[in-house]
Design a protein around this ligand. Structure first.
Ligand code: NAD
Length: 360
């Protein structure tokens, strides 16, 4: 994979347009495809606006912005993707729609062209059935906002070849991303613990705590600009509910909290009002509860070989911008402290074997 490799993006919505912009800014020729011409017009307008702002801020020269636009070709014609060496799918999150697209792409592309899905909640292996030569199929899971968020998960399906994984890693680096390699498990690496973090915050509300207090305690405890409730309001609580329901297939710990179901289904927002301060004992309880939920998910995922401890920490640091990372945080706490934080989630089942890996 090099800059001569033509890149195809299918779906010019929120994610596809931003991924296309990032790849074109890095020097790749990109065909941005959508079945809807109006969506393509809107996407190109948004990309122009975003590049214009980058020029104003001095992050790009005017010539670089022009050249980036010159490398982007919007198209409603799927056949135009034939010369691409990598096609990234970013269409609606619907298994049948994605399978239909993969069948079309399989017939269109050369057999060694990589095909990637940006799905957040479907299994790469379930989608792979619609791809011919499925050794060239994998997940490239970008994070919002995809043009600038530096994190990218490269998801290996059962059939994905080493060559495809390595080519994807080269593409990630060439487009300025820091990549985590992970297995095809629900939530991949980052959402596996990020969604339980949001869900545990809501469980605290179910137990009578105030969302504003939780937001304030977490901005300090995790070093984030905003807390979980403000964050859920930005992307809409129903998105968190949907993500939680995907993970819920893995067991009781991942079941959505009662208020997440009611707020998510009603379409309401949390509208949490930040208090001036939180009592230190309450703040410690809040931070430890969310750390305990994150650690529970990460320890289970380590048992399943979803990703390495270093990559879980990288995801927390650069994808979520936390200053507390799960594996580094656990090691700093020590085994006894870590077991205390996760104990409530392992009352009726054995502690994960990964504790031995973490603590040697
Ligand atoms: N939004 C996020 O924060 C986020 C983050 C990570 C991954 N994802 C995943 O990325 C994918 C896209 O999400 P989005 O938020 O950009 O969606 P979106 O609704 O903004 O865009 C989807 C686009 O796909 C187009 N489309 C649908 N079917 C098509 C087809 N057969 N051929 C060509 N174009 C088609 C639609 O016209 C639409 O423009 C989903 O799988 C989603 O789960 C989203």
């Amino acid at each position: 994979m090099n800059l001569d490799t033509k890149i195809g993006l299918v779906g010019a919505g929120t994610m596809g347009a931003a991924i296309a912009q990032g790849a074109a800014t890095s020097g790749f020729q990109v065909i941005l495809n959508d079945r809807d011409a109006a969506v393509l017009d809107r996407a190109m307008g948004q990309i122009k606006g975003s590049l214009g702002r980058a020029v104003e801020k001095g992050r790009l020269t005017e010539a670089e912005a022009e050249a980036t636009l010159g490398r982007l070709t919007p198209s409603v014609d799927i056949a135009g993707l034939a010369p691409c060496g990598l096609v990234i799918e970013a269409i609606v999150e619907n298994a049948e729609a994605k399978a239909g697209l993969f069948r079309t792409l399989s017939a269109l592309l050369t057999s060694d062209a990589l095909i990637a899905t940006n799905t957040s909640s479907l299994k790469v292996d379930d989608l792979a059935a619609a791809v011919s030569h499925s050794e060239r199929f994998l997940g490239l899971h970008y994070f919002f906002p995809a043009a600038v968020n530096p994190l990218l998960e490269i998801v290996r399906g059962a059939a994905t070849s080493d060559a495809a994984m390595n080519a994807a890693a080269i593409f990630a680096k060439a487009t300025g991303k820091q990549a985590i390699r992970c297995r095809d498990a629900f939530g991949f690496a980052v959402n596996r613990f990020f969604v339980p973090y949001l869900n545990e915050a809501v469980r605290l509300v179910d137990e009578g705590m105030n969302p504003g207090e939780i937001d304030l305690a977490i901005t300090t405890g995790f070093g984030t600009a905003i807390g979980p409730f403000k964050l859920m309001d930005i992307s809409k609580p129903v998105i968190a509910l949907h993500a939680c329901r995907t993970l819920a297939q893995m067991g009781q710990f991942y079941q959505p909290a009662t208020s997440l179901v009611s707020i998510g289904e009603s379409g309401a927002l949390w509208n949490a009002a930040l208090p001036a301060s939180v009592d230190p004992v309450t703040a410690k309880t809040i931070v430890e509860r969310l750390q305990g939920a994150v650690l529970t998910a990460v320890l289970e995922a380590l048992d399943e070989d979803v990703a390495t401890p270093e990559d879980f920490d990288l995801g927390a640091r650069i994808g979520l911008q936390w200053n507390w990372q799960p594996c580094g945080g656990a090691r700093a706490l020590g085994r006894v402290g870590t077991e205390r934080l996760v104990a409530r989630h392992f009352q009726d089942r054995p502690l994960p074997g990964s504790l031995d890996t973490l603590f040697g």
